[in-house]
Design a protein around this ligand. Structure first.
Ligand code: PLP
Length: 346
């Protein structure tokens, strides 16, 4: 696979009209989160121990695990990094999808891990059977991104449950649920049950997506206590998050009214995009997240440059012999900007 250089896309020029390249939620953060940040400023001379414990306890209570099983991070990236370091320190291999979210595998490769990339199925989902077959005595970790970035496809819950039951006694499984909140039934699709049952499963979540906290930086991992203690050696945990951001998370965690509204707006932007693609004669991979992947009819690098010239940032990939655009679902105004630019060049 091949993808556009992130630094080029993310350092979008100031005249950017639509930033549809980083899978952010343009409708966040919620009013409650904004107010909590203002209220928390006065107390922000204090280290965030107490407020961090409050957040971990809230999450643990909702998920039916012990607070010790929650590891906080400044977004989920530091938690992916902690896992990359811990599971690659003695060499061995890490199995991931291709394409899938690159971060954990890329970091692990900087240490001692050999990365085994398993192509997706014909319907662009992670190929669980092939990933299971790729396990050897050398395998240290399997990384499952569900829903998968960049394809926005989701795994069948029963199949993933079966996979965790069979595979986790042999190899730990890291399940990145960054986009799980976008599903109709996040709780039903999550593998948190596996953690509750004490399986060798680590779940990463983030407030960066549906909660709209990408710049505020709050994430967490949930795992059996022994794994959390091991990962803690490679992280500064909740100490790396500002108290203001933690208080924003405390104020908005499980705020269903806000979450459902943001989700509905994302679905409206998705419907707009599907209609546009249909009208312009394009296909797409049905999306279970806040971004959509579709094959383009132009060389990937050229496509992203042409879009960027028109003030629209997107990401491109090349895999299975095709060039693809991944577009993050923005506000309706941003989607209109995309439509205008897209019609000009397609
Ligand atoms: N996991 C996945 C699948 C992602 O797509 C991203 C960011 O795009 C992250 C993790 C990291 O996000 P953050 O550090 O903001 O939680």
């Amino acid at each position: 696979t091949w993808e556009t250089d992130e630094s080029v896309i993310l350092s979008a020029p100031p005249e950017i009209k639509a930033r549809l390249s980083a899978n952010e939620n343009p409708f966040g953060p919620s009013a409650k989160a904004r107010k909590a940040i203002q209220d928390a400023i006065a107390d922000s001379y204090r280290y965030p121990f107490t407020v961090g414990r409050e957040l971990a306890t809230k999450i643990a209570t909702y998920e039916g695990v012990q607070p010790m099983q929650i590891m906080l991070g400044a977004g989920s990236s530091p938690l992916l990094l902690a896992a990359a370091m811990y599971f690659s320190k003695e060499g061995g291999s890490i199995i991931t999808g291709d394409p899938s979210y690159h971060d954990l595998a890329e970091k692990a490769a900087q240490f001692k891990a050999n990365i085994i990339k398993v192509p997706l199925t014909v319907d662009y989902t992670l190929d669980l059977d092939a990933m299971e077959k790729a396990i050897t005595a050398d395998t240290k970790l399997i990384y499952i991104c569900n829903p998968n970035n960049p394809t926005a496809t989701v795994l069948d819950t029963a199949r993933l449950k079966g996979f965790c039951e069979r595979v986790s006694p042999k190899v730990p499984i890291f399940i990145d649920e960054a986009y799980i909140d976008y599903l109709d039934d996040p709780k039903g699709a999550s593998m948190m049950d596996a953690v509750r049952q004490g399986q060798n499963v680590i779940i990463a979540r983030t407030f960066s997506k549906l909660y709209g906290f990408a710049g505020l930086r709050v994430g967490y991992a949930v795992a059996p206590t022994a794994i959390i203690l091991a990962l803690n050696q490679y992280s500064t945990g909740g100490m790396s998050i500002s108290a203001t951001s933690i208080q924003a998370a405390n104020a908005t965690y499980l705020d269903m009214e806000y979450l459902n509204e943001a989700k509905a707006k994302t679905v409206a932007s998705k419907k707009f995009l599907y209609e546009l693609l249909e009208k312009e004669g394009y296909t797409w991979i049905p999306s279970s997240a806040n971004f959509v992947m579709f094959p383009i009819k132009m060389e990937a690098g050229k496509f992203s440059n042409e879009m960027m010239k028109r003030g629209v940032s997107i990401r491109t990939w090349r895999f299975v012999g095709k060039d693809w655009c991944r577009i993050s679902l923005g506000t309706m105004d941003e989607m209109q900007e995309f439509a205008k630019a897209f019609k000009e060049i397609s």
